[in-house]
Design a protein around this ligand. Structure first.
Ligand SMILES: [Zn+2]
Length: 479
């Protein structure tokens, strides 16, 4: 199983899986629970129907008891397989979803390798960390609703519960705004070197569709609007928001742009506040990611508006101007009931304790330590270890860039080494899928697997067990 359960005791008997499943549910049997059971039932019928079970008919009894309190982080569950039935005990929707995710793997393994014989066993399972995430950059390359929903399915099957959706960058703006329509009219399309037009965006209806689907899988969606840097797509639509307006285009090359949003102009501030509130309205989850990374300050140093803002607010320098900007936006989001997330550069300057720091620099230790010392909650995705845009193999012909992050390297991460202070501030971690070198969804899948198996195990279990490569072979055809 992946992730490996917290506790698993296998005994010598076995349950013969039969072709007709039957479900019995006790307690909290509301519409939402019914929907989760029906979803699994649908999968199971299809799966068993397509399988070549031995010629023994009969009923596969799955008993579900929701009348308990497991006293763990949300998502804990117990599975007890006896010779006559499978018993699931859990305290809510998330635990039931996770139990079914495990059961899919158990049944798959039994049917594929053991003629439908499932070992009798006890599984007591609960997550080590509440934040188990996966990110997808849809700016560098765009992926439609169908592909995003497929991505969410992959996540749910690994008990991942936070989808970080990178919706804006220098190379494309991807979310339709009623208030600022030029963002998609201009910022969603770029002219490639060969003259072709590349791009796309999600309508509000499509965003809601994805959010609803994620919710049905127990996944919270975190939208990211990257600012004040990585903003060339925004500036191509609204060039007056730059320090020195000129005609901008969404970039066709990867990297960092010198032109960023002007923090001195009142117009930029009101634009950003209105825009973030419009975006926030589409996402019922409690978080909004504002980026805050890789924002060179050359323009701000020369800009009269930015320099005036620095004087007027009594700020030290351009770094403090960035944290001033973040504070303004944080206040706006807080008033709207949202928690701000930002990449670890938001720690430069005066950051309050409310925002969540997204650690990415280097191996992540320094930024994690700094976030904990500042009293911020934080999540871990070090670029050297959990950026799946890095090549998975040494071979320079394999896709990716920057360096090599092999499966073994991901497996070797020790989440506990990121716990500083009393350890309470570390929420968990995620992998980031930057798509500069992933022009199509098949390449995304290739870059994701098998490394995502290790990543999921780390944040569910607190560590990765050495036998992971063997377990991958047993279940990977489910993805
Ligand atoms: Zn400026």
């Amino acid at each position: 199983m992946i992730p490996t359960p917290t506790l698993r005791v296998i005994s010598e008997n076995y349950l013969q899986i039969a072709s007709t499943p039957m479900f019995r549910v006790a307690g909290k049997n509301c519409a939402r629970i019914k929907r989760i059971v029906t979803q699994f039932e649908y999968w199971l019928h299809g799966y068993l129907g397509a399988s070549t079970l031995p010629p023994k008919d009969g009923i596969l009894l799955i008993d579900i008891d929701l009348n308990v309190n497991l006293n763990h982080l949300d998502g804990a569950y117990i599975i007890n397989v006896s010779a006559t039935e499978i018993m699931i005990t859990t305290d809510g929707e998330q635990g039931l979803r996770n139990a079914f995710a495990s059961l899919k793997q158990l049944i798959h393994r039994a049917l594929t390798f053991q003629q439908g014989k499932l070992e009798t066993q006890f599984i007591g399972d609960n997550p080590a960390y509440e934040w188990r995430g996966l990110h997808l950059d849809v700016s560098r390359h765009f992926f439609g609703v169908k592909e995003v929903c497929q991505y969410l399915d992959w996540m749910a099957a690994l008990k991942l519960n936070r989808f970080h959706w990178h919706l804006s960058d220098d190379q494309g703006w991807r979310i339709n705004s009623t208030r600022f329509p030029l963002l998609t009219r201009k910022g969603a399309w770029r002219k490639e070197d060969d003259g072709s037009i590349y791009g796309g965006f999600y309508t509000k209806k499509e965003i809601k569709e994805v959010v609803k689907y994620a919710r049905s899988l127990g996944i919270t969606v975190i939208p990211e609007i990257d600012l004040p840097g990585h903003a060339m797509a925004i500036l191509s639509a609204y060039p007056d928001l730059a320090c020195f307006p000129r005609e901008f285009e969404p970039l066709t090359v990867w990297g960092i742009s010198e032109d960023i949003l002007c923090a001195g102009k009142d117009a930029t501030l009101s634009f950003l506040k209105e825009l973030l509130l419009e975006v926030a309205e589409l996402f019922p989850g409690p978080y909004l990611h504002i980026g805050g990374d890789e924002a060179p300050k050359h323009r701000w140093k020369e800009c009269p508006h930015c320099q005036q803002r620095i004087r007027q607010e009594g700020l030290q320098d351009e770094e403090e101007l960035q944290s001033w900007l973040i504070q303004q936006l944080q206040q706006t989001l807080e008033d709207a009931g949202k928690t701000l997330l930002g990449w670890d550069e938001i720690l430069d300057g005066n950051l309050g304790t409310q925002p969540i720091v997204h650690v990415w620099s280097g191996d992540g230790k320094d930024a994690a330590r700094k976030a904990a010392a500042n009293g911020n909650r934080y999540i871990i995705s070090p670029n050297k270890l959990l950026y799946f845009v890095w090549r998975a193999e040494e071979d320079p012909a394999t896709p990716g860039a920057h360096g090599v992050t092999s499966l073994e390297k991901v497996m070797a991460i020790k989440p506990r080494e990121y716990e500083f202070g009393d350890g309470e501030l570390l929420l968990g971690g995620q992998a980031n899928v930057w798509t500069e070198y992933m022009p199509d969804f098949a390449t995304v899948k290739k870059m994701l697997f098998p490394r995502v198996f290790a990543m999921a195990e780390l944040w569910w279990n607190g560590q990765c067990e050495d036998d992971l490569p063997q377990r991958i072979k047993e279940v990977e055809s489910l993805w």
